[in-house]
Design a protein around this ligand. Structure first.
Ligand SMILES: [Cu+2]
Length: 126
């Protein structure tokens, strides 16, 4: 009688990846993660499935600047957020191009299973 119980536990274990697939992730970004861009005026995040816009948010943080040793985190606020009609691409439109430095785009949204999903895309601006 122990074997069916074990099999049931195994089947429950297998069900976990199906729940995880409710989560969204970023599949592509511009500027691309790890790349060096020149004065970008827009940042796009492409998700693998439609995103709940009501819970979605992104922040742009400058984490380093050439010639400045202890920069700390500087939040960039001068942008507006837009979405593609299919809700899979978020565009952050900057009023001024980003100046030279290192940036993190930190995003979050609530998945269809109610879990908070977060991610970071980092890139440099030369
Ligand atoms: Cu989840």
């Amino acid at each position: 009688m122990r074997v069916p119980a074990l099999l049931a536990a195994f089947a429950i274990g297998l069900a976990v990846p199906a729940a995880v697939s409710a989560h969204v992730s970023v599949t592509a970004a511009t500027p691309a993660a790890g790349s060096t861009a020149k004065a970008p005026k827009a940042i796009t995040l492409a998700f693998d499935k439609p995103v709940d816009q009501a819970s979605a948010a992104a922040s742009i943080v400058m984490t380093a600047m050439p010639g400045m040793a202890n920069h700390g985190e500087m939040v960039i606020r001068n942008f507006t957020t837009g979405w593609s009609p299919d809700r899979q691409t978020m565009t952050l439109s900057l009023k001024k191009p980003l100046s030279a430095g290192t940036y993190e785009v930190r995003w979050q949204t609530t998945a269809t299973d109610g879990h908070l999903i977060t991610g970071v895309v980092s890139f440099d601006v030369a």
